[in-house]
Design a protein around this ligand. Sequence first.
Ligand SMILES: [Zn+2]
Ligand SMILES: [Zn+2]
Length: 755
Amino acid sequence: MDQTQPQRRPQKSEVREYRPVRNRRKGFRLPIGFVVVLAVVAVALQWTGTVDLGIPLGAPPASGSHAARSSNPVSVSDAQADLRDVISSAASVVRSAQFGPRGPAGEAGPDYEHAGEAAPPQAGDAAAPGSSGAPADPSSTAGSATGSGPRVTIPDGAAARGAAPLAIAPGSQPVALPPSGDGYRSEVERAWFSGGQDLTHRALQARTRALQLGAANYESASRALLAPAAEGIALERAMLAARLSPDLPMARMELAGAYLHDGQYLNALREVGAGVAAIPRNLEASLWLAASLLAMFAAVLTLGSMVFIAWVGLSVFRHAAHDVGDLVSRDMPEFARAALLGSLLLVPLLLGEAAMGLVLALFLLGFTYCEAGYRRALALAAMLLVLGIYPVTRLSGMALTALDSDPVAAAADSVVRSMASSADIDILRTASAREDWLAEAALALHERRSGDAELALARYEQLLDRTPTDPVVLTVLSNMAFERGDNARSIQLGERAAALVRSATLLFNLSQVYARSFQMDEFEGAMAQAQLVDPEVVAELSKTKAPDFVADLAFPTAPIRDRMLQGAGGDRFVDPVSRAIMPGHIGRDWVTTAGAFALTAVLGVGIGGGLGRASSCRRCGRRICGRCDGTVWNSQICDGCHHLFHRPETTDPAMRMARLSELRARESRVSRLATLASVLVPGAAGLLARRPDLGFLGLFLFFWAVLLILWRKGVVVDPLAIGAVGPLLFTTAAALSILGYGLVVGLGLMIRRSL
Ligand SMILES: [Zn+2]
Ligand SMILES: [Zn+2]
């Protein structure tokens, strides 16, 4: 290109930057700015406590975890072990929360694979007085383990453990159960276990009862139906499971899988969509997803930013090494200069600052040598790094520990899921004595679901006094009035509730009451409105065909989730993470980390301004240094290249041609290497194209893809809630990230070619 236009006039910027430098020959003077900067470093080191210069800048902390840490340094592997402990404890928390009582046997929660066998989750009840003779564990898949054909029989195992009411001989009619003290944790559970031998009949009976009692999801039965050991046609079981727990993503995905197996692709696709849409409505699934995504996000921010800073720092290593060498002696060979700078970079590591110390040193190099665009990118990287290590890790820890953070919320959740143990009820009773609203509401629900009408009525009336505008309470009271035949009261309460929420269930209830009190216009109006709000709900509620069927509103998830998140603390997750990458002073807290980066940035700008920075020629790659070279055309192009390209009349034509072809060969060699690096090294494509933003984006997408694939099953074990939706979401996201990464690499290559 330059060959065809040898007379090209110097570009404007090159003319402007023409400043021959001749005055540094007599020796290198330490710039004043550099001295100032050294003083700042000294103060900073004193402030962070690395070096004791005797400057009274406030006493270092005498006690606390950090002081303990610095007097007895924790190695990186210790911190990693801590992290593993925390994560595995979180996993067991999630598991035990899933498998019921937080009693002594809570840790012994079975794996999904074993859910088909007689399972232990009811340890709390078994240990409680008065529960002898209870069915061992109605929430397990007891029913499905034995028997033949699609019919499911109640196993002998349950009977052997004293479950007399469940000992139904095959073919016989369900035995009427005693009204109370029979060990069922709710009326829903009773319906599920006394529904006879036909699985479909049992499930439908349980579903009807569950709807009646506001149990929108009966997850225990769904999991039992989905257990690998369960008998019957897979598609049928999956359909029943999804019917019993429409908001359980795992059930939706199992159904999708069964449809797929059956060749019903559209239905499968619809169920996948339903599974994804169900996540926010399911407490366990949403917390699992939030914890996993936040943990990955924290890791991406941390790793991406650290690697970006390292790449930028390393890209100017050669120039920095030359300048550091000039400080010692101008005659120093290149390899000695590199060794000198390399050992200087390792100093923070020796001071116990670990990986972050090295990153901070490279940050200093980057900030010293790069122009404004790169400095902005470096500052952004530092900010995202602090964000990833502190608040995002903390949030992910909160989501991980939320399920077990508040005993009252956890007990309330068990009640909502119809699997409360007597230990849960004790917790709720204790809390309700303190006038805890959530405990009261959960207890009321428990009493309602246990069939204890009088107790439930009294408690719901109390709740109504406290919260007269709670539609759930109003609906339950309206339904209770309906059940005892008090139509007028039922209509009054129902209409009050209908003024507060637009719910198809509530309108359906009202239509039932209107019908029974022969208010046919109102009946039709309410039914039409219910159809408008949600025809599917109306269709399901109408299926019972019972004239006296009304359904409670489901207990809202929000108060339980809020309570859990309020009680959850993520700080114990931050500590091992920050200790793993910065066990020294930088990792004391987020202010110190952010402060260290801010000071380093100021230091970098100071050194960069005061120091004659070495650079390299864009044409031939020769090092340019104002001190060593005497005459410097500008920092972009060496003197020789300037004459070669811009003032060809001053060069010998033959030599000029030889030199140009040499440079062309070099350029194509460099270009091949750069292309290779762009493809192989994450982030290199953007940086080599002199686009720090693209480099950053490339690194982020790369780490996203890697982590999504590595952690596609989540950072903790799925609490049997999200099922295959999680891995599906993560794999899809990983595929999109890889696609995005490919685009960034391609864009980087294109931009580099046009440079
Ligand atoms: Zn050159
Ligand atoms: Zn030099």
